[in-house]
Design a protein around this ligand. Structure first.
Ligand code: BYC
Ligand code: FE
Ligand code: FE
Length: 474
C-alpha cells in the first residue's frame, strides 16, 4: 500500500479505517512534537534542511529529497509489504503461519522487546541534541538532522505497534517513552549506552558507527519475528539504518584522513604535536573506539540469558540472518562458547545455544564492526603512517554479564587493579582527551567549508555537490 501523505499522520497501514486508533495516535502526536521541541536538535526550529522523506516502501525510489522546515518533517508509519503465506522460521512454532495479532501468552515479553527498542530511538536524539551548535560543516549538520528525524520515525514505528496491539498498557508505555530522559538519574533510558553523553562530533561518529550498528543487528533479529507487524516495520527501519552507519563510518574515516594528511605534511607523530596542529591524534581515536565498542557490546545483554532463550523458542526474536542459517532452527541440543571468568581467567565454556543467543548476536556484530575498522586502517596505511586501529577484546570494559567489573586490557589480559588504574588513561578517553576534542568543536556553516580536524567527504548527498547549501538558516 502506498504512503498517504494527505493525512495528519502519514501511513501505509490504512489508519483512517480505524478511527479509535487514529484518534489515540493523533492524541500522542502533539506530545511527540512537544518532546521534539524540548529534546530534539537545539535551535533547529527555523532551519530548512535538505532531507530525505520516505515516500514509498518499494525498494526502488522510496525516498524524496527536498528542503524541510525541521518541525514540519512528516513522521509516519510505514510497514514493509506483507509476504503472503509467511510462516514462522524458528522455535516451537516453526512452520506455523505468522501472527497478525499478539498471542496472549507472549504479550508481556513482546511488549517489553518493543518498549526496549522504542526507548533507544528518542534516547539517541536526546544524546545528540546539542551537536548542531558545533557542526564541522553544513554537510555534517544535515546528516545529523537526517539521523535525528529518522530516529524520531523509529519511535513512531514502535508507538504504532504499542497503540495498535497492546491496548491501554501500550498507550501508557507510549507516553512513558516520551517521559524517560537520557542520562537522567531519576528516569533514565532503559539501556546503558543510551544514558552516556554524546558531547562532541567524534563521539557522534563513533556512536553512529558502533551503536547504530547494534540497531542493525537487533532490528535484523526482530525482522525474523513471528509477530508479523513487528517483522514488517523493522524491515523498513533497517533500510534507514544503513545511512546512519554510513555517517559514522565516513565521519571517522574523514577525521583519520585529515589527521594523517597533517601528520604526513608536517612529519610529526608525537600526539602532543599532532594536537598542536589542530587535529585529533591517532591514540585518542583508538581510545574512542575502545569506549564506544565496549559500551555497545553491553547492549546485547548477558552472555547467557533465559530471556533470550524464551524470546527465540516462542518465536519473538530470531538470529541475525535466521533464514540463511543451515540448521534446524530449534537449537535444542546445541551449544555455543561463552566466557567463564569464574576461576579468574578468560576460559571458555560451552553453554546451551538457546541461552547464548545474546552472545551469538554480539559475535555477529563484532565481525561486522571489525570490517569497517579495516577500511579505516587502509586510510592510515595509504597516508604511509605506521599505526593500526583495533577493536578491543570482547571482555574489555564490560558492565553487563559475567565479565562485568572484571579488569581486562584491550588486548584481552586480566590485569590487576594497579595495572588498570595506571593504564586506563591509555585505554579509554580521559577527561583531558575529551576536553581536547571539545576544544576543536567550533561551528562551521559556510557552504563548502569544513572544520580543520575533518576532511571533506568524497561526494555530497543525493548527488548534490559537497558545497551544496544543505541547510538554510532563516
Ligand atoms: N543496559 O537477560 P539479559 C537501536 C538488563 S539499538 C542496561 O541479558 P535480555 C539504536 C535487561 O534488560 C537496538 N540494562 O537481558 C541505536 C534485564 O533487565 P531486567 C535496541 C541491560 O533481555 C542507535 C537484565 O539486564 N534494540 O535501535 O536477554 C540509535 C538481564 O539481562 C543491558 C534492542 O535492544 C544494558 N546494556 O537482553 C538509535 C532490542 N543489557 O529485566 C537506536 C530489544 C541487559 O532483569 N531488546 N540489561 O530488569 C532486547 O532484545 C533485549 O532487551 C536485550 C537485553 C538484548 C537488550
Ligand atoms: Fe533507530
Ligand atoms: Fe539509527
Amino acid at each position: 500500500m502506498s504512503i498517504d501523505y494527505g493525512q495528519k499522520i502519514p501511513n501505509n497501514v490504512d489508519l483512517s479505517s480505524d478511527k479509535t486508533l487514529q484518534r489515540a495516535l493523533e492524541h500522542w502526536q502533539p506530545e511527540f512534537l512537544n518532546w521534539w521541541g524540548a529534546m530534539g536538535p537545539d535551535g533547529s526550529h527555523a532551519f530548512d534542511v535538505y532531507l530525505r522523506t520516505a515516500v514509498s516502501v518499494d525498494v526502488g525510489g522510496w525516498t524524496h529529497y527536498d528542503y524541510v522546515r525541521m518541525p514540519d518533517y512528516r513522521w509516519g508509519i510505514f510497514l514493509n509489504p506483507a509476504e503472503s503465506g509467511r510462516t514462522v522460521g524458528f522455535g516451537d512454532h516453526k512452520g506455523e503461519p505468522v501472527w497478525q495479532e499478539v498471542p496472549g501468552e507472549y504479550r508481556s515479553n513482546l511488549r517489553r522487546i518493543i518498549v526496549t527498542q522504542g526507548d533507544t530511538e528518542p534516547a539517541s536524539v536526546e544524546q545528540q541534541r546539542l551537536l548542531g551548535l558545533s557542526c564541522p560543516s553544513l554537510y555534517d549538520l544535515r546528516n545529523l538532522f537526517q539521523v535525528n528525524v529518522e530516529e524520531g520515525r523509529h519511535l513512531w514505528a514502535m508507538v504504532y505497534l504499542l497503540h495498535r496491539y497492546f491496548g491501554r498498557d501500550g498507550r501508557e508505555e507510549a507516553e512513558a517513552l516520551l517521559e524517560r530522559r537520557s542520562g537522567d538519574a531519576d528516569k533514565p533510558r532503559i539501556l546503558g549506552a543510551f544514558n552516556e553523553q554524546t558531547p562532541d562530533w567524534l563521539s557522534f561518529f563513533m556512536f553512529t558507527y558502533f551503536t547504530d550498528r547494534d540497531g542493525k543487528f537487533q532490528l535484523a533479529a526482530l525482522t525474523e519475528s513471528a509477530f508479523d507487524p513487528l517483522a514488517r516495520t523493522t524491515k523498513f527501519m533497517l533500510r534507514e539504518e544503513s545511512h546512519h552507519m554510513f555517517v559514522g563510518e565516513s565521519g571517522v574515516g574523514r577525521i583519520l584522513q585529515r589527521t594523517c594528511e597533517v601528520m604526513a605534511k608536517h612529519k610529526v607523530d608525537d600526539p602532543a604535536r599532532v594536537r598542536a596542529l589542530g587535529v585529533i591524534d591517532l591514540p585518542t581515536m583508538q581510545r574512542y573506539v575502545n569506549f564506544h565498542s565496549s559500551v555497545t557490546l553491553d547492549l546485547f545483554g548477558s552472555d547467557v540469558s533465559s530471556n533470550a532463550a524464551t524470546f527465540y523458542t516462542t518465536g519473538l526474536k530470531g538470529r541475525f540472518d535466521e533464514g540463511r542459517m543451515q540448521d534446524n532452527h530449534l537449537l535444542k541440543d546445541q551449544t555455543y562458547p561463552v566466557f567463564d571468568p569464574s576461576s579468574g581467567t578468560l576460559a571458555v565454556r560451552e553453554a546451551p545455544a538457546l541461552n547464548a543467543l545474546n552472545e551469538k548476536l554480539r559475535d555477529d556484530f563484532v565481525k561486522d564492526s571489525i570490517a569497517g575498522v579495516g577500511r579505516w586502517n587502509r586510510i592510515i596505511q595509504k597516508a604511509g603512517i605506521d599505526f593500526k586501529l583495533t577493536v578491543p577484546h570482547k571482555a574489555f570494559h564490560r558492565q553487563i554479564g559475567p565479565l562485568a567489573g572484571l579488569k581486562v586490557s584491550p588486548d584481552g589480559r586480566i590485569v590487576s587493579e594497579a595495572e588498570w588504574s595506571a593504564s586506563v588513561a591509555h585505554w579509554l578517553p580521559s577527561t583531558e582527551d575529551r576536553a581536547f576534542v571539545q576544544s576543536l568543536m567550533g561551528r562551521v556553516v559556510e557552504s563548502g567549508k569544513f572544520a580543520n580536524w575533518i576532511a571533506p567527504p568524497v561526494s555530497g548527498i543525493n548527488q548534490q555537490p559537497v558545497d551544496f547549501q544543505y541547510v538554510r538558516f532563516n
